[in-house]
Design a protein around this ligand. Structure first.
Ligand code: VG1
Ligand code: CO
Length: 544
């Protein structure tokens, strides 16, 4: 076995987005493309000698090949030990769990999350740091800078490692441990939730749940949790075998892409709880019988009910949400007398708040919730949290949410995505809004008066780092709000996201269809941003 130093030239497009570097598979398959990025990660870290790294992914197409390359490069770059998931599988929350459990220096997670997989689908790679969370901007910027100047990378010339079952191997002096990634995750969940109570609920005969893993990474975790440890009948987990192309589907747990589950929960004789997770297992969707819980409401309900859960019974230090997430949780935080932080989009901004003990629960409108148990959002954790609440309260999902609205008011909320529009006009649209945002205050649109508008900028309360240009927000005097930003996870053209929210304190007005309730604001969003004119689209691609 020898270490080979390979000459290479930089690629200009390796800038990590909201959550790592995501590109179409054929882009990653170009000679040196993956290697350049991996070497740039290694070059940006202070000293790898003898350190432990965690490596694994969501099982999508190219996962196994990429892992073999990373293992050989790690061995050539003086890494001491690699913990790799069996079959190369690690859900994102399980990877975060294992990084923390073994005090690893960090981890390399291979996933394009909710983006489709397969030979023409997407692939992705991101680096997580010692706390188990996504690398902060300082590190992702350093990696990007390195990709622009890289001239060579190092790799071991050796045969592939067998990842099919747990075992220990040596690559030069580096140890490779192939581990079962399900067990440590299940163990952590057992420390947070009342498994006995949930088990009693699931085996009572009066309660049924349906979990759809969408042929993505959570299958083995969900089978182990719900069917093996919590006594739910076999068949509770559907689409539970991870497939390289997710069965041709879109592993995105929302009303559009998790349609099989939606049909079950909105059909005859529906179960009491429906849940789905995404490609890499960090997102969740929660459905009651004929009832959809918006992710923003879910975060608010979890916060309001946290005291019922063993892991959170001592109360929450604070909560955090991404800027475009609805303000439903803010009202709960206010009542509880705890701080509520507003961060830019992407989980990397929650890490410092969690590390500093300023926040306990975090969430995003994009079907992501999590807590200080790890440093990633966690799909199955959210399902267990809901199950635990249901087991304690003995009420339906719908009743719990309606009661919540009665107490706190309802934040009608929707996100409209315009996917794969041309980049140039999308940037022009944002530039135009940016130039307007400064002096919109007091402007009147029908009966809406602008209370504030800006391009969101965030100063991290822990390390003082500043992140600018995080989205245009326009707030109105009645508490409603429109937010515009461009996606940082797409791989084709640009995706414009428009987030629309209004607040309704009156319980007699809580039964309106969301799109109807938001109709005037939806129209106003188009009027202000000239969406049709810039994108050439007369309606969004996806509404959630
Ligand atoms: C999207 C979501 C964001 C989420 C990110 C990663 O980013 O809006 O809330 O953190 O995906 O989620 P963007 O930049 O496309 O809006 V995951 O589950 O794809 O890792
Ligand atoms: Co994800």
């Amino acid at each position: 076995m020898t270490i080979r130093t390979v000459a290479t030239t930089p690629f200009t497009d390796q800038k990590p987005g909201t959550s790592g570097l995501r590109k179409a598979v054929p882009v990653f398959q170009q000679p040196h493309y993956l290697e350049n990025f991996v070497q740039s990660i290694f070059d940006s870290l202070d000293g790898l000698l003898g350190q432990t790294l965690v490596v694994g992914g969501d099982g999508r197409y190219y996962n196994r090949e990429a892992i073999q390359v990373i293992l050989k490069m790690a061995a050539a770059n003086d890494v001491g030990r690699i913990l790799v998931g069996c079959n190369g599988i690690f859900s994102t929350p399980a990877a975060s769990t294992v990084i923390r459990k073994y005090n690893a220096l960090g981890g390399i997670i291979l996933s394009a999350s909710h983006n489709p997989g397969g030979p023409n689908g997407d692939f992705g790679i991101k680096y997580n740091v010692t706390n188990g969370g996504p690398a902060p901007e300082k590190i992702t910027s350093a990696i990007f800078e390195r990709t622009k100047t890289i001239r060579e990378y190092k790799i071991f010339d050796t045969a592939d490692i067998n990842l099919d079952r747990p075992g220990s191997f040596k690559l030069g002096t580096m140890e490779v441990e192939v581990i079962d990634s399900v067990a440590p995750y299940v163990e952590l969940m057992q420390t947070l939730f009342d498994f006995d109570k949930i088990k009693a609920l699931l085996s009572s005969g009066n309660f049924r749940m349906c979990m759809d893993s969408l042929h993505a990474v959570t299958g083995p975790y969900a089978h182990a949790l719900f069917e093996k440890h919590l006594g739910a009948p076999e068949g509770t987990v559907q689409n539970g075998t991870p497939l390289e192309d997710f069965g041709g589907g879109h592993p995105d747990p929302n009303l559009v892409y998790a349609h099989d589950l939606v049909e079950i929960l909105f059909g005859e004789n529906a179960p009491d709880l429906g849940a789905a997770s995404d490609g890499d297992g960090d997102r969740n969707m929660i459905l009651g019988r004929k009832f959809f819980v918006t992710p923003s409401d879910s975060l608010a309900v979890l916060t309001a009910n946290a005291k019922l859960i063993p892991g959170y019974q001592d109360g929450l230090a604070g909560v955090a949400r991404s800027m475009p997430t609805s303000a439903a949780v803010d009202r709960v935080a206010e009542k509880l007398g705890i701080d509520c932080y507003e961060t830019p989009t992407g989980w990397k901004f929650f890490g410092n708040l969690l590390d500093a003990g300023k926040a306990t629960l975090c969430g995003e409108e994009s079907f992501g919730t999590g807590s200080n148990h790890i440093r990633e959002k966690d799909g199955l954790w959210a399902v267990l949290f809901w199950l635990n609440i249901l087991a304690v309260r003995g009420e339906s999902v719908e009743a719990i949410v309606r009661e919540h609205w009665k107490e706190y008011g309802r934040n009608y909320y929707s996100r409209h995505d315009y996917e794969e529009v041309k980049s140039e006009p999308a940037n022009e649209l944002m530039d135009r809004l940016r130039s307007m945002a400064g002096d919109m205050k007091g402007k009147q649109y029908g009966h809406y008066e602008v209370a504030y508008s800006d391009d969101f900028s965030y100063t991290d309360p822990v390390d003082g780092s500043v992140s600018q240009k995080q989205g245009i927000r326009i707030g109105f005097t009645d508490g409603s709000r429109i937010v515009f930003r461009l996606s940082g996870t797409g791989t084709k053209g640009a995706t414009l996201r428009v987030y629309i929210e209004s607040y309704e304190p009156d319980a007699s007005q809580h039964d309106i269809d969301t799109q109807k309730a938001l109709e005037p604001l939806i129209k106003l969003a188009d009027e202000i941003a000239k969406i049709k004119e810039f994108t050439g689209r007369d309606k969004p691609t996806v509404i959630t």
